[in-house]
Design a binder for this molecule. Structure first.
Ligand code: FES
Length: 375
């Protein structure tokens, strides 16, 4: 039975954000406080808060959009915060990926004292206490652990009753990011935190935990290691395939869609057919206005153009990071006319209903379109 609880007093200054307000869409100068090696190919990076006074408080699970000049090229990437707001520090984790400009730079060159730019924390993949004890389940693979760690720490610190179960997939035990931190959580919250490591290239002595987290594993875990009826929310972060198969399995086992939250690393491109169909519905020549910081930029765009690219071409300094429907940095609201997104993995249903679009994915479907980045 759920019990009501009081929040524990925190010792460190809290960076807890009061509501999920979007950041101001601008980059702020911040400096690197510490770069800590987590695994052979992953670091976590702590930052000093910006000196311009910008609000960098965050909700568990949110991310930073970082910008750096690497070899003369401006590179932007989003990375999730890996700590909880009550810990009083701002830290993200970055796993080096082959050919990844930013991740290679972060893993090999970045050091304490370096200056970098970041937007204020933002994102919809968040958890907030509900007033009753929660039982939250995290499903993560590789660096997908990053926001899940922030959420797990927040859930466990929120009261004395809430519990967290983690299913975490990796190649082998050496590639487990935050292995020590996960062990610390196990020791601190003996009765309330469980972690199950699923390894694809290491035998742990049981078939149960060998392989990848997929639909079959999710079904087995849901039947034997958690009580699905008591789970208040699932948080999934990892590759698209894991997210799609696990969430479909959880739904087929009776979990409400609204209790399944997910964040993708990246996405595959839309099919040629989907793209062509969307272009066919787009306006042949739309007259577009984008509003940013109260200023208007006017331009025309064709059926193959995306609002974000066309706005950048027209000289508007509109915010973006992934350009792949994942990060939500390019979110704007349609004030007049209509637009259609080819892909959306970042906006929740209510935002879409309220007229928000991912401009990096949107074609104009009316001859006149006005979108605002200020809403
Ligand atoms: S820039 Fe990331 S969703 Fe558009």
């Amino acid at each position: 039975m759920f019990k009501f609880f009081k929040k524990k007093p925190t010792e460190s200054p809290s960076l807890q954000k009061e509501s999920n307000e979007k950041g101001d869409g601008h980059f702020h100068a911040i400096t690197v406080k510490e770069v800590r090696r987590e695994t052979e190919d992953a670091v976590s990076i702590a930052f000093n808060l910006p000196e311009d006074g910008a609000d960098f408080s965050f909700l568990p699970g949110q991310y930073l959009t970082l910008k750096a000049n690497i070899g003369g090229e401006e590179v932007r990437r989003s990375y999730s915060v890996c700590v909880a707001p009550h810990e009083g520090e701002l830290r993200v984790a970055v796993k080096e990926i082959e050919g990844g400009k930013f991740s290679t730079y972060a893993n090999r060159d970045l050091k304490a004292g370096d200056a970098i730019e970041s937007m204020a924390p933002t994102g919809n993949f968040t958890w907030a206490p509900t007033g009753t004890a929660s039982h939250v389940v995290g499903w993560a693979a590789g660096s997908g652990i990053t926001p899940v760690m922030s959420i797990a720490k927040s859930v466990l610190a929120s009261d004395d009753e809430s519990t967290f179960t983690l299913f975490y997939g990796n190649k082998n035990s050496n590639s487990i990011i935050f292995k020590d931190a996960i062990d610390d959580l196990k020791n601190t919250y003996l009765e309330r935190f469980e972690a199950h490591h699923v390894l694809s290239r290491e035998d742990q002595g049981t078939d149960h935990l060998k392989g990848r987290i997929d639909a079959a594993k999710a079904e087995k875990f849901a039947q034997s290691l958690i009580d699905l009826n008591k789970v208040t929310a699932h948080y999934l972060c990892g590759p698209q395939e894991m997210i799609e198969t696990v969430s479909a399995k959880l739904e087929s086992m009776g979990t409400a869609k609204s209790n399944i939250h997910f964040e993708l690393f990246n996405t595959s491109s839309p099919s040629t057919e989907a793209q062509a169909a969307s272009e066919a519905r787009a306006s042949a020549n739309a007259s577009v206005t984008v509003v940013l910081d109260g200023e208007e930029t006017h331009f025309e765009m064709g059926p193959k153009d995306y609002v974000l690219d066309a706005a950048l071409d027209a000289g508007a300094d509109v915010p973006y990071a992934c350009k792949g429907a994942v990060c939500c940095t390019c979110r704007a609201k349609v004030l007049e006319g209509s637009a259609e997104m080819v892909m959306n993995y970042a906006l929740v249903d209510d935002e879409v209903k309220d007229g928000y679009i991912l401009t990096c994915q949107s074609h104009a479907t009316s001859d006149r379109l006005v979108v605002s980045f200020d809403e």
